[in-house]
Design a protein around this ligand. Structure first.
Ligand code: SF4
Ligand code: SF4
Length: 287
């Protein structure tokens, strides 16, 4: 088996919000967008062992030895002090895990799950690890029935998707705004690559879900409903999931933004339906 490793910020053995059915979800550390709306902003960066957080842990769960930060899970109280102060938007709690170690965890959860989802951060910033993990899962008879999904921001280029195609069953992609200038303001980058990824994945029957995140007074889906709907129609029969922004956990100016309610999201659902887009899923709850 491969010994390829990834920086993992968290594993949830049983999740019902990261794709269809019950799934093991693996959150990889590091992201190539800087979304103001991110409610896990400490998953964006990679720890450079600067040591700043170690002396501030109120529960002595962090130590700094030989130039490296070490985290002791048994002492950690999940107070998030280290996350809030990290200048890299990283976490000292991310763990390096090998493909074999992840597969062992998947095997333990296997009787109770339909598949696994690799999320982030941005999962595809650790593409070789995902390719190897999915390849090994599909080659393991007791696990080969599990579906392998990726939750992505869509920034990966087409050559990357081509590598993933043979072993990935589907990708859930966020389109954070329709106009590239709005996307740039909300995420730090334009959305041309993301639209290209969405088109390519749909053409190759791998677009598991298109996600639109409503941020009141910030996103432009409703004002762009005609070109947005035309784009969605061009993708064929796909599912559109509408998510609602909530301010919990965000950094920067997004802390001042209003959380989205049904009154913000339902008009978008109605407008999409008026344009003939019927496979629309509304948020299960609003925070
Ligand atoms: S988690 Fe952040 S503050 Fe802590 S050592 Fe790593 S880079 Fe420094
Ligand atoms: S979350 Fe960070 S600061 Fe808080 S106890 Fe755990 S390691 Fe220490």
């Amino acid at each position: 088996m491969s010994s390829r490793c990834a920086s993992v910020s968290k594993i949830i053995p049983f999740s019902c919000v990261d794709g269809p059915g019950s799934r093991l979800t693996l959150f990889l550390q590091g992201c190539n967008l800087r979304c103001k709306s991110c409610h896990n902003p400490w998953t964006m960066g990679r720890c450079n062992d600067c040591g700043e957080c170690a002396v501030h842990c109120p529960h002595d769960a962090l130590s700094f030895q030989a130039g490296r930060v070490y985290w002791q899970e048994t002492l950690c109280q999940q107070c998030d002090t280290c996350l809030k102060m990290c200048p890299q938007q990283a976490t000292p709690m991310a763990q390096t895990m090998s493909v074999e170690e992840v597969i062992k965890q998947v095997a333990r959860a296997a009787p109770f799950i339909e598949g696994i989802t690799v999320s982030g951060g941005e999962a595809t910033t650790q593409l070789p690890f995902i390719c190897e993990l999915f390849t090994q899962l599909k080659a393991t008879p007791a696990l080969s029935h599990l579906t392998c999904l990726v939750d992505s921001n869509g920034e990966l280029g087409i050559p990357g998707w081509e590598k993933l195609l043979p072993v990935c069953d589907g990708v859930m992609v966020d389109l954070k705004a329709w106009n590239s200038s709005v996307h740039q303001r909300l995420t730090g980058r334009g959305n041309e690559r993301i639209k290209a990824s969405i088109r390519w994945l749909a053409e190759h029957q791998r677009l598991a879900e298109l996600r639109l995140l409503t941020i009141p007074e910030e996103t432009d889906y409703l004002s762009s409903i005609e070109p947005l709907s035309e784009f969605i129609h061009s993708l064929g029969e796909i599912t559109v999931r509408l998510n609602a922004f909530h301010a919990h956990g965000v950094y920067s100016e997004a802390r001042e933004w209003r959380s989205a309610h049904a009154g913000d999201v339902e008009p978008l659902a109605q407008a999409l339906q008026n344009q003939g887009i019927n496979q629309v899923i509304l948020p299960a709850l609003y925070l």
